[in-house]
Design a protein around this ligand. Structure first.
Ligand SMILES: *[C@@H]1O[C@H](CO)[C@@H](O)[C@H](O)[C@H]1NC(C)=O
Ligand SMILES: *[C@@H]1O[C@H](CO)[C@@H](O)[C@H](O)[C@H]1NC(C)=O
Length: 366
């Protein structure tokens, strides 16, 4: 009981992840020049998510409202940082007796816990799917109603980007009537989007991630399958491709493998569409590798006969300074992608650029 309580306290701070940094710095500049120490002290009290004078980013409340979730708490930075540290402390304890033994690769395990908190606070978020991937004993620290005790910090930031991506991915995946669509999730981590969105049968899902992450995910999915037998068919239908996406040749081979179902079927009467999903992946890739991935994704899809490609992202675009639409659009244009202005929604956090960009075969033929 004492252990559980200690974990609960930690998890409270934990309320989640990949957002140690802000979307740029708040613009309020001090008139005096303070010493580095007092500047650091002042900075730790600055509220995260408040951007007076920034024109390239909406107030956090409006961003959250536009995707239909409550805004994260605009807490001082020290609170976010404390939550982050507690999470790191708690994670090994939470998986100490877990036979699936997942590692926290690029905070993907931490994000899974954050998604479990978000899912248990708001069941419409994922119906408790992330929670059902977690180990039986320790997952109680984020069960209902305990999940409500965590302040709206990191988990809410993750909930926000999840809600955004789910909406755009579902719309893109189902936009093509009578077409054969592959949704390819790049750096899928431990996310369960294919089961959360339950798309049409003519939409197939493939996920690419590092070999050891794929191995751990398959263990977690076996657990999900045992707890949710009704999902077995859907779980088995998702393909998993292993690759280090920072390694150029591996990245190309993985894209070809992921899109190979198109190559195996003769050019049929229906058009081929590809929807790429990128959630907090490029922040962990060298910028050159991230740019190459975007460009190759479009090229490989075109080579596989796709008539349209959509890239749905909640990430940091390589080389896009700040959060302006034009900067993001220019970066995506290098990959032949056209950023949809109505989808563009930058937000605080490391994975600060959210939007949907498209390529269509007809537009490049001339
Ligand atoms: C889709 O296919 C069905 C039958 O296969 C056909 O009746 C329908 O008109 C098609 N829809 C479009 C938009 O092509
Ligand atoms: C992925 O590839 C890059 C570049 O080749 C390398 O630096 C990195 O260590 C690799 N990462 C993993 C997890 O293997």
């Amino acid at each position: 009981m004492a252990t559980t309580r200690a974990l609960c306290i930690c998890m409270a701070a934990l309320s989640v992840p990949a957002s140690a940094a802000l979307c740029g710095t708040p613009s309020s500049r001090s008139q005096i020049s303070p010493s580095p120490r007092s500047r650091a002290a002042w900075s730790s009290w600055r509220r995260r998510g408040v951007y007076a004078g920034r024109e390239d980013i909406l107030p956090l409340r409006e961003i959250a409202a536009s995707v239909g979730v409550a805004a994260p708490w605009t807490a001082p930075r020290w609170a976010w940082s404390l939550a982050w540290k507690c999470g790191h402390f708690a994670l090994p304890l939470l998986h100490r007796w877990d036979p699936a033994a997942p590692a926290d690769t690029n905070v993907n395990l931490w994000v899974l816990w954050l998604k479990a908190i978000a899912g248990n606070r708001r069941r419409t978020a994922d119906g408790g799917l992330a929670y059902d991937m977690l180990p039986s004993a320790t997952r109680r620290v984020v069960c209902r109603p305990v999940a409500w005790l965590y302040p709206r910090l990191h988990h809410q930031n993750v909930a926000l980007r999840t809600a955004f991506l789910d909406k755009v991915v579902k719309a893109e995946a189902e936009a093509g009537a009578n077409s054969s669509t592959i949704v390819c999730v790049l750096g899928a981590g431990f996310d369960v989007r294919p089961f959360r969105l339950s798309t049409q049968p003519d939409v197939s899902w493939v996920e690419i991630d590092l070999p050891h992450v794929v191995g751990q995910k398959l263990s977690l999915l076996r657990r999900l399958r045992d707890r949710r037998p009704a999902l077995a068919r859907q779980i088995d239908a998702v393909r998993h491709v292993q690759a280090n996406l920072s390694h150029h040749e591996e990245m190309l081979a993985a894209l070809r493998d992921a899109l190979s179902p198109f190559r195996q079927t003769p050019t049929s009467t229906c058009s081929r569409r590809v929807v790429f999903v990128i959630e907090a992946l490029m922040i962990y890739l060298p910028p050159a590798a991230a740019a190459a991935l975007l460009a190759s994704a479009v090229e490989e899809a075109a080579a596989a006969g796709a008539s349209s490609v959509s890239v749905c992202f909640a990430d940091r675009l390589p080389g896009a300074e700040g959060c302006s639409f034009q900067a993001a659009r220019d970066v995506l244009a290098h990959a032949q992608l056209d950023l949809d202005e109505s989808s563009w929604l930058p937000k605080p956090g490391l994975a600060r650029h959210m939007g949907c960009a498209r390529w269509a075969a007809a537009t490049t033929e001339s």
